[in-house]
Write a protein of this length. Structure first.
Length: 330
């Protein structure tokens, strides 16, 4: 992951959130406003999450071993899934609990107002919004370089690299959370009604829970194993079909072993009556064609066969890739 846009966005978010977390804690201790505590914990969770993404990227670059012959590329998916758990528990659930605690504190009359430090949370939230906006802009810029023509929502759903989608969602949640906190704090100070503070805190908590669930769903799919994109599958099928000695692709399956590591397994029809040397030559040429068309194809397994039309639908030729589907119809 070193040197790519994902790393740049992760580092930018980490630095921004670390600084923001400190200022939010200071604001909370001076004023006792629970929205500031919820936002401070949110920033701590985000900072830890970015550290987890960087750690996952480092661990994923380890060399393959006998125990893990396909390498450690999925480490990045595992750490991204852990990020969703941290965001849900440390960020979302804590904020909801803090809102519950604040509500009962206000109801019992034990709440203290912000006093002479009333301006501190407004200043901190203003600075935080500026810093988060810069981090979010970096994430959007880096995402725009790689997402192509798809929308940002489609990119989050389809991306095989987890870092940019995670940072995009985290930064979006952070900005919305800051807006909620600014609104809640402003209304609390203007009306001297701190139920607004408790309401803002619960809104932040619910926002983080929703984002965490979305992240968990997307990263779970990557952990289970996703096929190559339809575009990548079509490139592979076209490369195989154009290889001398390959009559057609009977069926094919692909699986991402990591963001930049793709497993390709296919049964290909070779010319009937070919010698073993000719079949081996066709397979070697087919592997070179696949790697040229799709550099992410790091593990390729091709099974030669003689195609016969009477073998049934499981052996039918592959001519095109349906949107979102598997070329072999499996």
């Amino acid at each position: 992951m070193a040197g790519d846009g994902g790393t740049k966005a992760v580092v930018a978010a980490l630095l921004a959130n670390a600084g923001i977390a400190i200022t939010k804690f200071v604001a909370f201790f001076l004023t006792g406003i629970s929205s500031m505590l919820a936002e401070a914990i949110h920033s701590v969770a985000d900072t830890g999450n970015q550290g987890l993404l960087l750690l996952g990227g480092k661990k994923s670059r380890r060399e393959a071993t006998e125990e893990h012959p396909f390498g450690y590329g999925r480490e990045r998916y595992i750490y991204a899934f852990v990020v969703s758990i941290v965001l849900f528990s440390v960020g979302g659930l804590f904020a909801i609990y803090e809102a519950y605690h604040k509500f009962h504190e206000i109801r019992s009359g034990h709440h203290e107002d912000a006093g002479r430090w009333w301006w501190v949370p407004l200043l901190v939230l203003g600075i935080a919004i500026v810093l988060e906006s810069l981090s979010f802009r970096t994430a959007i810029t880096e995402t725009s370089k790689v997402k192509g023509q798809v929308s940002f929502a489609q990119f989050v759903r389809r991306a095989k690299k987890p870092e940019l989608p995670v940072i995009l969602l985290e930064d979006l949640a952070a900005l919305l959370g800051l807006v909620f906190a600014l609104l809640a704090v402003s209304l609390s100070l203007l009306t001297d009604n701190y139920y607004f503070d408790a309401a803002g805190t619960v809104m932040i908590g619910l926002l983080l829970v929703v984002v965490a669930v979305v992240l968990a769903i997307e990263t779970k799919s990557l952990l289970l194993g996703e096929s190559a994109t339809p575009e990548a599958q079509q490139r592979i099928v076209s490369a195989l079909a154009a290889t001398p000695g390959v009559v057609r692709v009977i069926h094919m399956k692909t699986l991402h072993l990591g963001p930049e590591e793709l497993l390709v397994a296919a049964k290909i029809a070779v010319v009937e009556g070919s010698t073993a040397e000719q079949v081996a030559g066709a397979i070697d040429a087919a592997e070179r064609s696949i790697r040229a068309a799709e550099p992410a194809a790091t593990s390729i397994y091709l099974e030669p066969d003689i195609y016969r039309a009477d073998r049934g639908p499981a052996e039918r030729p592959v001519r095109s890739v349906p949107p979102g589907g598997d070329p072999g119809g499996h």
